[in-house]
Design a protein around this ligand. Structure first.
Ligand code: AMP
Ligand code: MG
Length: 313
């Protein structure tokens, strides 16, 4: 998944904690081996090679994750779309340094993009693409999913205070450090990775960030980021970063990407219709290296018992 997983955990028995955290890393490795589109032997690569030719049976948890992704696509009018694989390649984000494809190339590639080409059969647990060239890319949700799996393992082993993160992009705060009300998490300054732009406090809740500084290339002063607008085939412009807060990390990961593509106004509408989401947008402002910060919250917002989310309004 091209990222570093970190677990900080509190408990009475250091040896037991270390063993449990090792179990977490084994599970993360297993998920990486399953969902990577860089590894030819992964289940995802197998699906991408075969699903246009025949129905492919999918492992139950991966099937569930793909279902969630397609659901988010429908819910966001296709702003979120795991069939962006061919676009990522065209823009040089797959094993590449980045390149600008011609308008004709983008039009051609867009024929191979569209979640509507992906068909799931829940009874047989199979996937089928109705066109060759379709490719799944779980980059926007798999990291959050792995964080949730890690948290499940920690909980199963009785650990009630831990912070699990995948790089700086997806984080779950389990319980709180001893004597604290929650985990303090710094959101980085988009212009300086060593500086914090703000701090949030979380307990039994997740946050995920999507930012134009994570993977990008520059041509002159123009930044081309790794998040695609599946409708235009172009990297999204006009957003520096989005941060989504939800109970499950799988959801905040998918949402940070989806809100990034939707932009501020469509995201407001999305949060009016969907409960229990908080979000922060960092948008460019007219002065160089400054940003405009907007925080949003679902119209219906009620945290589950035991959860804490402190964000500056
Ligand atoms: P994230 O950092 O979680 O926002 O995920 C970004 C990654 O998701 C990219 O590197 C692509 O692999 C993938 N991606 C890019 N654009 C989209 C999109 N519109 N919908 C779903 N996944 C995307
Ligand atoms: Mg994401």
């Amino acid at each position: 998944m091209g990222t570093v997983y970190t677990v900080a955990a509190y408990g009475r028995d250091a040896e037991f904690l270390a063993e449990t955290v090792n179990e977490v890393f084994e599970e993360v490795d297993r998920l990486d081996a399953q969902m990577s589109n860089y590894k030819p032997a992964s289940e995802l690569s197998h699906i991408n090679r075969e699903a246009a030719r025949e129905d492919v049976v999918v492992e139950p948890q991966l099937f569930g994750l793909i279902q969630l992704c397609l659901h988010l696509s429908e819910d966001t009018g296709g702003a979120f779309d795991i069939t962006v694989g061919p676009l990522m390649k065209a823009w040089g984000f797959f094993r590449g340094q980045g390149r600008v494809p011609s308008p004709q190339e983008i039009r051609d590639v867009l024929k191979d993009v569209g979640y509507g080409h992906v068909h799931l059969d829940a009874e047989r647990r199979t996937i089928h693409f109705d066109e060759p060239g379709i490719e799944l890319d779980l980059g926007a949700k798999a990291k959050g999913y792995a964080v949730d799996r890690a948290v499940e393992i920690l909980k199963e082993n009785g650990i009630s205070s831990a912070l699990v993160s995948s790089g700086t992009s997806s984080i779950y705060a389990l319980g709180a450090p001893p004597g604290e009300k929650g985990w303090k998490i710094s959101l980085r300054d988009p212009f300086d990775q060593n500086k914090a732009a703000e701090t949030v406090v979380l307990k039994n809740f997740s946050l995920s960030t999507s930012g134009n500084y994570e993977r990008f290339f520059k041509v002159g002063e123009k930044i081309y980021s790794h998040i695609m607008d599946p409708h235009t085939g172009m990297p999204v412009e006009g957003v520096i970063s989005t941060c989504a807060f939800t109970e499950r990390t799988t959801d905040s990961d998918g949402l940070s990407t989806a809100l990034y593509v939707l932009g501020l106004e469509a995201s407001r509408k999305y949060l009016a219709r969907h409960p229990n989401i908080a979000a922060i947008f960092y948008l460019p402002s007219s002065a160089e290296k400054t940003l405009r910060r907007v925080s949003l919250q679902s119209a219906s917002y009620q945290l589950p018992p035991g959860a804490l989310v402190e964000i500056e309004k």
